[in-house]
Design a protein around this ligand. Structure first.
Ligand SMILES: NC(=O)c1ccc[n+]([C@@H]2O[C@H](COP(=O)([O-])OP(=O)(O)OC[C@H]3O[C@@H](n4cnc5c(N)ncnc54)[C@H](O)[C@@H]3O)[C@@H](O)[C@H]2O)c1
Length: 288
């Protein structure tokens, strides 16, 4: 069954996963990015998820074929967004960048189109105020890897309408996700908690408390977390983790000051899995 058209802005870690879950569930999905390379890599990676899903029997043959009919890639905002009923923004966690994207989306989408941000920490009220339809703006916070993680944290801004909340909730159900609906506060529930744990792990590493492997093992085996904080940080992207902490530090205070060692890793370009090296080295290891 074909659903309403969806556009995903940003073909990075999250945009790819979001585009997969929509297209495989029968939503015609266009991924938009400013970088041609990002679009090419996204197409390759999304198709790999399709292939693995089909090989493992997770998706049916009909769902597997959807990669050819429901998935599109473009650099053109206007053409892609003209008929969309839902746009999900997944560009880096930088307010100025999000502002420029939402101002553009306000111009190129129909009045009825809902604009969702996949921000990990920022205010949907503030992002909504960049548009002339704040009642249609909401945060849909997906988790990484999107095709495996069940939750979407739905965050309503001050002006977000009940209709918009119900709309995204029903869409989330159609793509097989569970939801929590919360009011905005920096970092929501999940990013605020995760940023603190991840940051604390960097402070421990900096203090020489243990190796990354030992710290991760302690948290997994002792606290029953499925992933260690460094494994998770490398998956999320250390630049994304740092952006989140910077925002939380600015909005919520000292408790969230980023660990100097985390800042150093980001300066060195050790961003995690996406660059081949973060806390761990993925160019040599295959088991992380
Ligand atoms: N990485 C995670 O685990 C995770 C989890 C939940 C939420 N988020 C949030 O999702 C958002 C995206 O994070 P990510 O990790 O996918 O980032 P990323 O750096 O992997 O990808 C961002 C993409 O946006 C593109 N982009 C930059 N400017 C653009 C523009 N003006 N128009 C269109 N595309 C543009 C980039 O080329 C890049 O491909 C952030 O707000 C982040 O906080 C990330």
């Amino acid at each position: 069954m074909s659903h309403l058209p969806v556009v995903v802005i940003g073909a990075g870690v999250m945009g790819r996963g979001i585009a997969y879950v929509f297209s495989v569930n029968g939503f015609p999905t266009t991924v938009v990015d400013v970088h041609e390379d990002a679009l090419k890599n996204a197409e390759k990676e999304i198709k790999q998820i399709y292939h693995k899903g089909f090989e493992r029997g997770i998706i049916s043959e009909i769902e597997f074929q959807r990669k050819d009919t429901y998935l599109h890639f473009s650099k053109d905002f206007l053409e892609s967004c003209e008929f969309a009923q839902l746009v999900i923004e997944a560009v880096p966690e930088n307010l100025q960048l999000k502002k420029s994207v939402f101002e553009k989306l306000d111009d190129v989408t129909q009045a009825s189109c809902v604009l969702a941000t996949n921000t990990s920490t920022m205010s949907p009220t503030e992002i909504g105020a960049f548009t002339k339809k704040p009642e249609k703006v909401i945060a849909m916070h997906f988790f990484n890897p999107v095709h495996k993680m069940k939750l979407i944290e739905i965050v309503r801004g001050l002006e977000t309408s009940d209709e918009t909340v119900q709309f995204v909730k029903s869409i989330a159900e159609k793509i097989g996700k569970e939801t929590v609906i919360i009011n905005e506060f920096p970092g929501f529930v999940t990013s605020r908690m995760s940023a603190l744990i991840g940051n604390e792990a960097f402070y421990m590493l900096q203090e020489g408390l243990g190796t990354p492997e030992e710290i991760d093992r302690a948290i997994k085996l002792g606290l029953n977390f499925p992933m260690g904080p460094f494994e998770l940080g490398d998956l999320v992207g250390l630049d994304t983790r740092l952006n989140n902490l910077n925002y939380l530090h600015k909005t919520l205070g000292e408790k969230y000051r980023p660990a100097p060692l985390l800042i150093q890793y980001v300066k060195a370009g050790r961003l995690g899995r996406k660059t081949g090296r973060g806390v761990y080295d993925y160019t040599k290891k295959t088991d992380k």
